[in-house]
Ligand binder design. Structure first.
Ligand SMILES: Nc1ncnc2c1ncn2[C@@H]1O[C@H](COP(=O)(O)OP(=O)(O)OP(=O)(O)O)[C@@H](O)[C@H]1O
Ligand SMILES: [Mg+2]
Length: 295
């Protein structure tokens, strides 16, 4: 099959599969996932435990190779990326924040040295490393903690250093796996503000996994993953009229073959099982339960 990229999107996946093999067992972690994200968007990914959120981020970051389907980030075809290209891709184009603060930072380096490390790998000069790391640590509100090692920082501060590390090489893409998962409400909201600033200032595309309702409310687009596929999408439409509240609309996603998922509560209420009757009416498509009388 010839892979085709849709150039309107920075991240574009169609029918993406990721199958992990453990001993004789196969786990299908992504099961035909479709996703489009434009450059400069901030998108939240939500979904039950085991639904494939981390797998999606790892795949987009080039840590995991997809098993089938299509996945593009910019000009890069992730299905055909060689291991060597993946290393360059991760170093130069992707910032990644792991959920566990300890995984993001090296314990024996101070905050500034941690932020400088990705720049050292890119052979940046000493003065450039210093000015960039100071700038970033100031951006995340840690200008007065440059020489502190991770153990001397609180969990929230460590996570803010991790954000600074992930942004060191000015990546066009920032992937964050529950970056606020272990933080209190105030720190979580501070971190979200940092993301928004970074998005505004550098035009960074941000994809973050979160369970945090306060965070979800603040993000313009929330994509739900269910069983390794995108299923619902919540789009936050800000109101520009004075005194009117913003509106949130929940959309059910339609895949490339026209399949969509009817919410479980509707299926239960109408006792819908295997078949439905679908009818085009004026400007809508109506789905009837099988035992509906059609007169
Ligand atoms: N390296 C791996 N090897 C084998 N199976 C894996 C691996 N990583 C994930 N899986 C499996 O793939 C599925 C999706 O896992 P994933 O970590 O993407 O879920 P998640 O949505 O991030 O869940 P959580 O909210 O708990 O973090 C799970 O069934 C998991 O057991
Ligand atoms: Mg996960």
């Amino acid at each position: 099959m010839q892979a085709l990229r849709d150039e309107r999107y920075y991240i574009y996946s169609r029918g993406l599969f990721k199958i992990y093999k453990v001993a004789d067992l196969e786990v299908v972690a992504l099961r035909g996932l479709d996703l489009e994200i434009e450059q400069g968007e901030i998108v939240a990914i939500v979904g039950a435990s085991g639904s494939g959120k981390t797998t999606l981020l790892n795949t987009l970051a080039g840590y995991d190779t997809p098993s089938a389907g299509q996945a593009w980030v910019g000009q890069r075809n992730l299905l055909e990326m060689k291991a060597r290209d993946a290393v360059h891709y991760r170093r130069e184009e992707v910032g990644f924040i792991w959920q566990q603060p300890s995984r993001n930072l090296l314990p024996y380096l101070n905050a500034q040295e941690n932020v400088e490390l990705p720049l050292l790998l890119l052979n940046r000069s000493r003065s450039e490393r210093q000015s960039r790391s100071t700038e970033l640590l100031e951006l995340v509100g840690l200008g007065d903690r440059l020489k502190h090692r991770p153990e001397m920082l609180s969990g929230g501060e460590q996570q803010r250093v991790a954000i600074a590390v992930s942004l060191a090489n000015k990546p066009p893409l920032l992937l964050a796996d529950e970056p606020t998962g272990e933080l209190d409400t105030q720190t979580a909201s501070d971190i979200l503000e940092v993301f928004k600033d970074v998005n505004q200032e550098y035009g960074t595309t941000i994809v973050m996994v979160t369970h945090d309702l306060d965070v979800i409310r603040e993000i313009p687009r929330v994509v739900t993953i269910k069983d390794g596929k995108t299923s619902l999408e919540l789009v936050h439409i800000p109101s520009f009229r004075k005194g009117e509240d913003d509106v949130s609309r929940e959309f059910v996603l339609v895949d490339g073959s026209g399949r969509l998922q009817i919410p479980q509560e509707y299926l239960n209420q109408l006792n819908i099982r295997q078949r439905v009757y679908v009818e085009f009416q004026d400007n809508k498509v109506v789905v009837w339960p099988e035992d509906h009388s059609y007169e």
